[in-house]
Design a protein around this ligand. Structure first.
Ligand code: SF4
Length: 193
């Protein structure tokens, strides 16, 4: 019997089950706020505080630009999202949350907090889980399944651990413990695949 294969399947089954449970919880929260799932994801993404172009949002959320444009227009109508000119390129529009949108984002974060189950795990377990999941995301990006990945493991500034050294961010010039790894880093520079 191939135990490695069996373990692969168990991990896949566990991730799929988690995905279904998270999807169900997110649908409930979206419905409560009269949002589509894409609208919910847009609000969560913009809640990080960094304005985004429509094209960036489309790539990040793995949908087409027209689909994101429609969802942004709906959220704009509700006063949750605003568009502004990109100071670096006046032909480009950036999308941000309005004050009302930020309030809704905060409510959503509170409502989704219980399903994260942070209090059920030690900080060390959570940090290890983060490292393993980011490793899986990097692997799926290499395989062409994920197109956008702005985490440390796909960054040209990331220096893996050596025989006597810890992983480092060369840009920030500091060691990166598991809990320091970034999922969506504004300083990320894609490393060659
Ligand atoms: S720049 Fe950001 S993504 Fe890149 S290694 Fe440093 S912290 Fe990680």
């Amino acid at each position: 019997m191939n135990h490695d294969l069996g373990l692969d399947h168990k991990v896949l089954a566990a991730v799929e089950r988690l995905g279904r449970a998270l999807g169900s919880a997110r649908r409930h929260v979206a419905t409560r706020h009269r949002l589509s799932l894409l609208g919910l994801s847009l609000i969560e993404t913009l809640a990080e505080g960094r304005a985004r172009r429509i094209g960036d949002l489309a790539a990040e959320l793995d949908v087409t630009q027209p689909t994101v444009s429609d969802a942004v227009a709906t959220l704009e109508t509700r006063g949750l999202i605003a568009r502004e000119r990109d100071p670096a390129d006046l032909r480009t529009t950036l999308v941000t949350l309005t004050g009302t949108g930020a309030e809704v984002a905060a409510e959503i974060a509170v409502e989704l907090q219980p399903i994260l189950g942070a209090e059920a795990h030690t900080a060390a377990d959570m940090a290890t889980t983060l490292r393993v999941l980011l490793g899986e995301i990097a692997r799926l990006q290499q395989a062409g399944v994920i197109t956008v990945n702005r985490s440390c493991f796909s960054c040209s500034h990331y220096q893996p651990s050596g025989a006597r050294t810890r992983p480092r961010c060369l840009l920030l010039d500091r060691a990166l413990r598991d809990q320091d790894l970034r999922v969506d880093c504004p300083e990320h520079q894609p490393a060659p695949l």
